[in-house]
Design a protein around this ligand. Structure first.
Ligand SMILES: *[C@@H]1O[C@H](CO)[C@@H](O)[C@H](O)[C@H]1NC(C)=O
Ligand SMILES: *[C@@H]1O[C@H](CO)[C@@H](O)[C@H](O)[C@H]1NC(C)=O
Ligand SMILES: *[C@@H]1O[C@H](CO)[C@@H](O)[C@H](O)[C@H]1NC(C)=O
Ligand SMILES: *[C@@H]1O[C@H](CO)[C@@H](O)[C@H](O)[C@H]1NC(C)=O
Ligand SMILES: *[C@@H]1O[C@H](CO)[C@@H](O)[C@H](O)[C@H]1NC(C)=O
Ligand SMILES: [Cu+2]
Length: 829
């Protein structure tokens, strides 16, 4: 444990030095940490105690794995620039995280470091049809012992591949354009615009996009609804610009010439062919409805308004003495006031944390996002069948450089996210931030007769933002000084709105609210699944629902006045088998995860409570029952919390390819949460939990132009419950006790003490006795305070955005290219 010593202990020497150690950034793309030249405190180089065994493959490792596959699988003619899904390619390589059973002996004993493996997704033809196939490659580094084998043990449908129904992505996109052009007369007449074949991005033209949720045909066919939208200039608000015309296309055939629009839908009427809608349009009674035209109403900014106050900048957080956490950039390890953990990333699931300890004790082996579902409802073919499983588009891949001073305070530290796709390494600079922040409210306070004491609530946040098409998800892992951990998701960006027809005779308001001339806010559920592998004071854990219940009791001391008394008490309900739980009504149950071996000083099992945290109400689960489009691929969304046995063969609740095999997914969560007992002899006591965040999102006029992060927020907290012997934040918090004068007045007087003399309460008091005598109110500080005014550099208040590195963001169009089923390049020739 020695190497895990708190690095800030040495700060108590109060030697304020400028040293080059603060300039330790060896990564050229890294923003240099903020330096207040005069005040910076020297720190020793901070080192993780162990290697980050979950780290994403380095560029070198990825190149070696790619080269190895290219050599071993030369017969596949793997290419770096596939033009369609029938050309074989290594789509991505990433770390195959070690089994926990191999990791724990290394982390918590003297076990060997687990062997390192890679996971590879190879796009290849099987029996003439394109598939995405997962392989396990290793051990690493590549040696004569390394081999490539089908990766199957992490899936539970007996397969390691999914058929890719989109064999020719470009043909599909071209078809959409050609279809649009071929019905230009219809679109001009109804929508006042047409698809521009020469410039599909024509700002005044129309775009024709397939609904990303294909229609299951049972034979691996591909039937799609295509929607016409205006492109949306400026901020890209395409999802606010549906035009109300839809075409249903059967693209199942290998032969593109056979693809045909089967139906058209406009203003509540289904037409069986182009000619049928043309004929209807020539009827004088045919009703044309207004469409959505872009304008200032979709702008994400208002640069011009000047209400009182806007001429002044708002308050901001500053950190003149540097961070109080230790950050090992190489191992991506953080230590902060007793918390220690490793950070890692993956192209599909973003940022995960591993081996979280508090004050040297184990709390969680892993916490990380698994899948983010949004499921819409509506009365027209687009939103009526719309559903997204966002890891399909890659939530780590779709993270982006954070805006300093805005996404994160000016004093934050940044890390990059890297992923390896199509034989190349991609780096998303400064896409994870780490910072301490002092809340606007205290962690604790108390006014006694002779004193007022106030303890600041300073917490640590690890944050990243993933922009999946129209939506931005802000993920935060937050640590508090008492050992509490919070996982919080907020969303912003453009809603996926639905066409509103003033004419159509459907029940208005059934699926959303009207928010523009021809726009309806489409109701949808967001359910974002996380895995939390709790190891509360070790792996042997149990879960109880500790209920607070009303009861009628008889007490001897109540006699004879009260024969019985209506009161309440605690009742433990052990969770005895794998199951899904919902948040209890009236918060009447505590979901406790407790060690079955370790007790605190009072004989209480060490525990953590899982509770819904801060945000808009309790985090939700999916409203839709047995979703038609989701099939078996989102069963984790059916309850709020799941308790399962830990198994090396069940490291995830989902897989990105589930989106394309919804009824027979690679990972069927129901087969994992299958009621196995926690009481059997053969169970080793290691439990794993899944929980959901998200929102029942019923956007309203205030979601235009963008959804707001305070209304979209939800969180789950892990709060110590008898984990320590006393509140452990007392030794970490920074605050002040003001000693007051007065005469005993009764009440909760507390103790009067004039001059602290070697008393614990004053040990951090830096003022001399003489000085203090002069003061009327005696302030005794715990933790360091600011001692003098200082000049704060502009960078600390308003970071210079010239340091922003990224030049362009490749926003997903929520289509298939670049998703989990592959990426394709047009032949330039
Ligand atoms: C690879 O290319 C060779 C030579 O063009 C060809 O004979 C072979 O069929 C190809 N293999 C595959 C799997 O495409
Ligand atoms: C993959 O990249 C390496 C260099 O990084 C290159 O030598 C090799 O030709 C590439 N191969 C393919 C098939 O993309
Ligand atoms: C994890 O354990 C399984 C057996 O349960 C084994 O097949 C697999 O190779 C192990 N994975 C790694 C990365 O070592
Ligand atoms: C959902 O599916 C389950 C299992 O097939 C079935 O028991 C249940 O009745 C279904 N519920 C609805 C509302 O479709
Ligand atoms: C398809 O995706 C790849 C990788 O994401 C990208 O390089 C390529 O430009 C995309 N092609 C099109 C036409 O969008
Ligand atoms: Cu939403």
């Amino acid at each position: 444990m020695d190497s895990r010593r708190k690095p800030w202990v040495i700060l108590s020497s109060l030697v304020l030095l400028v040293t080059f150690l603060l300039y330790y950034s060896s990564w050229t793309t890294q923003r240099t940490p903020l330096k207040y030249a005069e005040q910076a405190i020297s720190k020793p180089a901070f080192k993780a105690p162990k290697e980050n065994i979950w780290a994403e493959l380095s560029e070198r490792e990825a190149a070696d794995v790619n080269a190895f596959i290219l050599k071993e699988y030369a017969h596949l003619n793997l290419t770096e620039q596939p033009k369609n899904a029938n050309e074989n390619s290594i789509f991505f390589v990433e770390t195959l995280r070690p089994n926990k059973t191999d990791a724990v002996p290394y982390l918590h004993g003297h076990g060997e470091i687990p062997q390192r493996y890679a996971k590879a997704a190879i796009s290849m033809e099987i029996d003439g049809l394109p598939h995405m196939v997962y392989y396990m490659v290793g051990p690493l580094p590549i040696s004569s012992e390394s081999k490539i084998s089908p990766l199957q043990y992490v899936f539970n449908n007996g397969k390691n591949s999914v058929q890719n129904p989109v064999s020719d992505f470009f043909a599909l996109m071209d078809y959409c354009i050609e279809l649009g052009v071929s019905i230009s007369d219809i679109t001009q007449n109804l929508l006042g615009a047409s698809v521009n074949q020469k410039n599909p991005e024509d700002p005044n033209g129309l775009m024709a996009f397939p609904r990303p949720t294909p229609i299951e045909t049972g034979e691996g066919g591909l039937i799609l609804w295509i929607q016409f939208q205006r492109p949306g200039f400026g901020s890209g608000g395409r999802t606010l610009l549906p035009q109300g015309l839809y075409a249903k296309v059967d693209a199942s055939s290998e032969n593109r010439a056979e693809w045909k629009p089967k139906k058209f839908y406009y203003n509540g009427v289904l037409y069986n062919s182009e000619d049928e809608i043309r004929a209807a349009m020539s009827d004088p009674d045919f009703v044309r409805v207004p469409t959505n035209i872009d304008g200032p109403w979709t702008d994400t900014e208002d640069f011009d308004s000047q209400p009182d106050g806007r001429e002044m900048p708002p308050p901001v957080s500053i950190q003149p003495y540097g961070p109080r956490y230790g950050l090992d950039r190489t191992q991506r390890f953080i230590s902060w006031f007793g918390f220690e953990f490793y950070i890692t990333t993956a192209q599909a699931t973003g940022v995960s944390l591993f081996d979280i300890r508090f004050k040297g004790e184990r709390v969680m082996y892993e916490v990380g996002m698994q899948e983010a579902l949004s499921h819409y409802a509506g009365n027209q073919p687009m939103n009526g069948g719309l559903e997204f499983l966002d890891t399909f588009f890659g939530m780590g891949k779709k993270s982006f450089e954070l805006v300093p001073g805005y996404d994160c305070p000016a004093h934050a530290d940044y890390l990059d996210i890297e992923y390896h796709e199509l034989n190349k390494t991609h780096k998303i600079p400064n896409s994870i931030c780490i910072f301490e922040f002092t809340a606007d409210h205290l962690l604790s306070r108390h006014s006694a007769q002779y004193s007022v004491t106030a303890s600041r609530n300073t917490f640590l946040t690890v944050r990243y933002v993933s922009t999946v098409g129209n939506y931005d998800y802000d993920f935060s892992y937050i640590f508090y000084m008492d050992g509490t951990m919070e996982v919080k998701v907020r969303a912003s960006g453009y809603i996926f709105a639905a066409f509103y027809s003033a004419d159509e005779k459907h029940e208005k308001g059934e699926y959303g609210h009207r928010i523009q001339d021809a726009l309806e806010s489409s109701m949808h559920d967001h359910v974002i699944n996380f895995r939390a592998d709790l190891d509360v004071a070790g792996e042997k854990n149990e879960m109880v629902r500790m209920a607070v219940e009303p009861v009628t009791k008889t007490f001897s001391w109540d006699q004879p006045e009260n024969p019985s008394r209506n009161t309440m008490h605690l009742v433990d309900y052990p969770v005895t088998e794998e199951t899904g739980l919902d948040w209890p009504k009236n918060s009447r149950e505590f979901y406790l995860v407790r060690s079955t071996e370790q007790k605190n000083a009072w004989g209480q099992p060490k525990g953590y409570r899982i509770t819904s945290g801060t945000g808009m109400g309790n985090p939700p689960h999916l409203t839709i029952v047995n979703s038609t489009v989701l099939g078996e691929s989102g069963r984790w969304a059916e309850h709020d919390i799941w308790a399962l046995r830990h198994k090396d063969t069940e490291p995830r609740s989902a897989d990105p390819l589930n989106y394309f095999a919804t009824h027979e997914p690679l990972v069927d969560f129901k087969k994992q949460a299958n009621h196995e007992s926690f009481e059997d002899e053969d169970f080793n006591g290691d439990m794993v939990f899944y929980f959901n965040l998200g929102a029942h999102h019923v956007p309203h006029s205030g979601d235009v132009p963008n959804t707001l992060m305070h209304t979209s927020a939800s969180s789950v907290m892990f709060v110590p419950h008898n984990f320590c012997d006393r509140d452990p934040s007392r030794e970490s918090v920074q605050g002040v006790r003001l000693q007051l004068k007065g005469h005993r007045s009764g009440g909760f007087a507390g103790e009067e003490f004039d001059e602290p003399n070697g008393d614990l309460r004053s040990r951090m008091d830096r003022h001399s006795h003489e000085e203090k005598k002069k003061k009327k109110t005696k302030a005794h500080y715990f933790g360091q305070t600011y001692e003098e005014g200082m000049k704060v550099p502009l960078e600390a208040l308003e970071p210079n955005q010239a340091g922003y590195i990224s030049e362009q963001n490749f926003v997903s169009d929520l289509g298939f290219n670049g998703s989990a089923i592959g990426a394709w390049h047009r032949d330039e020739a």
